[in-house]
Design a protein around this ligand. Structure first.
Ligand code: HEM
Length: 527
């Protein structure tokens, strides 16, 4: 550690002085609003800086599009740090979020078709069905209460998105929307794993991720997680067994293949492109070479991975979208007019994605309120990262590249890139869907997988579920803004952004309650 902090070539880059012998600049960052301290530093020291994190490790922070492109496209050289992977792996198992190298490539290859446009088109019905269920739930809540009391919309969004990923990915019914009083065993387990209240970050388990020797110390939270994982694995195995049986019975009824006892199936025998079928194909098919097969353990690890990755992210984005609409009443009315001009509650995917203002509102939400504000990578070897804009180092030398050494940490600024005034113009911090009528040319160089934004990252590790998420979010906003008018239930300055892996809203004056977004909801035309 000492050597890394003394020797790293990042020490030559401009940046703030270290504020503490152990925490470096970490406490300053935590005391500020998300991404704002870094953004202030970039204004002061330029777009490419280094600062010190915990253990005084140097961290590289750059808004340079060429540098970011280099880092995210060279995913073998810039991996998730082992501490981060350990934390994720202990929570979720070694699914696609955690694996690296050839194993990761193999898992992506197998699962990608489940997230292609054709498959998302088929899932649109599930997105709308669950959105309508949420609409009806809120409508009955409103009509049963005498006065206008705010509803915490984060709860409904979380239940809806969980129901969707359960059904769409694994044919599993969470029934979180319809049976909120009696959460299923799996839902309870998932809440433990995801720390669904999100009230605080637990430091010791984090430290255990980064310091292997500490992992032998048993903690209460480790025990809770172990118990939750037992439940997860039991139910995961059950889902796998059911799918296996379904595939075998399907293949035995295929023409010329009538032996019900048959246990060998070829890839062609297995119909369907849903996630679990694809995973099981790769596990069971007898005509796949051994080294390209997925073990049952690999299949099992994907289940909690997708429940977590595919759930709170979209729910959070939908909450921020309603928040933004309450702060821009003209946008809300203009959007509602467009949505109400559609003459069905259940448009197909093509109709949904063809609505231009809905598209602009969703884009603007995902730009300004990117749910995942940043991510982290570690250099696995010494490297030269090319720069678009040269940097002047602490010795006054101008360089057109950044020198990094093995072990250096890099923060990839997703939100800060989306809010950069250099890219988006002076009004970058304003919520303005109209900007999408003529987006600035500068954003063409942003290396994100979608929308010239970094919201879903880019390169081989970009979000696998971004199309899924976009159509799901559009289905939600379409259904809810057609039916209701939304107003913020507390003063806007009382809404804060809580720092967990995803940035969720909370009410500052009721911080003990946890994450929430209380909105007054009125049926359209009632006010
Ligand atoms: C607004 C919603 C979403 C946002 C903002 C989002 C964002 C991201 C980001 C930034 C990453 C990269 C993380 C990293 O490597 O450090 C990622 C990865 C991932 N996301 Fe999403 N995501 C969203 C929705 C979804 C959905 C709906 C699914 C699944 C149905 C999903 C599944 C995944 C998976 C499996 C990965 C790991 C990919 C890999 O490493 O190869 N996400 N997401």
């Amino acid at each position: 550690l000492v050597i890394q902090s003394i020797r790293s070539p990042l020490r030559h880059l401009p940046g703030p002085p270290s504020a503490h012998w152990f925490f470096g600049n970490f406490k300053t960052i935590m005391a500020g609003d998300i991404s704002s301290v870094h953004e202030r530093w970039t204004e002061e020291y330029g777009p490419t800086i280094a600062y010190r994190g915990v253990f005084r490790f140097f961290r590289l922070w750059t808004l340079d599009t060429r540098a970011l492109n280099h880092i995210i496209t060279h995913s073998a050289e810039y991996q998730k740090p082992s501490g981060t992977r350990n934390i994720l792996g202990r929570l979720l198992g070694n699914g696609v979020l955690v694996t690296e190298g050839e194993r990761h490539r193999q898992q992506r290859r197998i699962m990608n078709p489940a997230f292609g446009p054709a498959q998302i088109r088929e899932l649109t019905g599930i997105f709308l069905e669950k959105s309508l269920q949420l609409r009806d739930m809120w409508a009955s809540k409103i009509s049963s209460s005498q006065e206008e009391s705010p509803i915490d919309v984060t709860v409904g969004f979380s239940q809806m998105t969980l129901d969707v990923i359960g059904l769409a990915g694994f044919s599993y019914k969470f029934d979180a929307l319809s049976d909120a009083e009696h959460p299923s065993e799996l839902l309870t387990a998932l809440r433990v794993i995801f720390n669904a209240n999100g009230q605080k970050i637990e430091w010791f388990p984090m430290l255990q991720g980064f310091i292997p020797a500490l992992r032998i110390i048993p903690t209460k939270s480790a025990q809770r997680i172990k118990q939750a994982q037992k439940v997860m694995r039991r139910i995961g195995r059950q889902l796998i067994a059911e799918k296996k049986a379904a595939i075998l019975s399907q293949s035995s009824s295929v023409e010329g293949n009538r032996d019900p006892e048959k246990t060998s199936v070829s890839r062609m025998d297995m119909q369907g492109r849903d996630l679990l079928t694809l995973l099981m194909k790769a596990n069971m098919a007898t005509d796949i070479p051994e080294n390209q097969k997925l073990s049952e353990e690999d299949v099992l690890a994907q289940i909690p991975t997708f429940f977590v990755a595919g759930h709170e992210t979209t729910a959070t984005a939908a909450s921020w979208c309603l928040y933004a609409l309450t702060q821009a009443p003209n946008v809300q009315s203009k959007l509602r007019a467009e949505l109400r001009s559609v003459d069905t509650d259940i448009p197909d995917m093509d109709e949904l994605v063809a609505l231009p203002y809905l598209d602009a509102v969703v884009r603007e939400t995902l730009r300004l309120h990117a749910p995942v504000p940043s991510t982290i990578r570690i250099a696995t070897k010494d490297d030269m990262i090319p720069l678009q804009e040269p940097v002047t180092d602490r010795n006054g030398n101008t360089c057109d590249h950044i020198k990094v050494s093995k072990g250096d940490l890099i923060i990839i600024p997703l939100l800060a890139m989306n809010r950069s005034k250099n890219l988006w113009g002076e009004d970058a911090l304003e919520f303005k869907p109209e900007r999408w009528e003529k987006p600035p040319e500068a954003i063409a160089s942003v290396p994100g997988v979608w929308g010239n934004m970094m919201t879903f990252l880019g390169g081989p590790r970009a979000c696998i579920g971004y199309r899924f998420s976009l159509v799901e979010m559009k289905a939600l906003i379409f259904t809810l803004v057609r039916a209701f008018e939304f107003e913020l239930g507390v003063p806007p300055e009382d809404i804060g952004r809580r720092r967990t892996v995803v940035t969720r809203p909370y009410v500052k004056s009721q911080s003990e309650v946890g994450n929430q977004l209380p909105l007054i909801i009125r049926p359209v035309g009632s006010s």
